[in-house]
Design a protein around this ligand. Sequence first.
Ligand code: ATP
Length: 363
Amino acid sequence: MDSIRFENVSKSFGKTKIINNLNLSIEKGERLILLGPSGCGKSTILRMISGLETITTGNLYLNGKLANDVDSGDRDIAMVFQNYALYPHMTIEENVGYGLRIHKEKKDVIRQRVKEAIDILNLTGLEGRYPKELSGGQRQRVALARAIVKRSDFFLLDEPLSNLDAQLRGQARKELVRIHEMYGQTFIYVTHDQIEAMTVGQRIALLNGGDLQMLDTPHNVYHRPANIFVAKFIGSPSMNILTVKMDGRDLVLGGQRVELPEMWQKKIHEKEGRGLKMGIRPENVVFSREKGPYSVKVNIHYVENYGNRVGFYTEIDGEELISIMPEDEFAKGEDVYWNILPEKLHFFDGETTMSIGYPAELS
Ligand SMILES: Nc1ncnc2c1ncn2[C@@H]1O[C@H](COP(=O)(O)OP(=O)(O)OP(=O)(O)O)[C@@H](O)[C@H]1O
């Protein structure tokens, strides 16, 4: 049975539609990420699950039961917010146990669960301090401890790491996965950080402008993007997208022709006549001084050294193409071959922007 199910759910504020006919089924115990640009409706979805926001049309089921009109307090939910929302006048221990006290749990149960949460989150020794006496990372762990003591079915996290610096975020990501593995609750995690999405998620729901763009594993979202939006949103620098044309058996780009292997010929010809966009990730763009079986000549316009790798920029018919390679091999102004790797290509319908799919040989 699914644990959370949105069925044709829309949400409007006044006349503005924020969520557009959402159908989304989240499995019990799953770690699902809601990812998308600012304002796409991630927090609104989380708030509808928690009952802090109403549903305009459609149905929401929690553990198989219609929950549209169930009060927030009657949904078995723990939430962690971006600003942690700790009570400043309560000690850490009091903050962590607060939800249990409100629910009138027995004193020894509260004591035991609070101790366990404080241990798990490495807060031992800080029990008597107040939130203002903690670092950002410690406060974030208190917010997590306060949520896990509730042992709720649903664990909702709204950008819980966004106030931490990059190093702490890396540690906290592992911490979150560890906690999920310990308790196995259904975990819904809102972020606009693609690294967090890729590393924490078992599945990612990628949204844009209130529409679900793709729901799949991090691997498939990265390697088999459903459309150009998904392809460009995930990955940094983002996927190169070039406007190309097929002429007979040849792919035409930058006035040059490359005969593609048979597997792509079939796939592309099924979709002919609608304009074609070709995608390739920067790490799969290989430049060389030697011509390969599928090559076009390009001129390097710009070189950027990132320390552990180097970005080479070129243009094809006015569209930018970036290559990320391990070594600083080529100079600005140099002509090189772009040796195209057919198994690393993506093709999209130029009108709908949807992926045309992949040859059977690559699936
Ligand atoms: N109570 C409200 N009244 C009117 N508009 C709202 C309300 N809450 C949210 N919105 C609007 O709904 C849209 C989606 O907001 P939401 O907070 O869900 O986005 P988000 O994807 O979580 O964004 P962010 O990553 O910036 O937090 C935004 O345009 C926002 O301005």
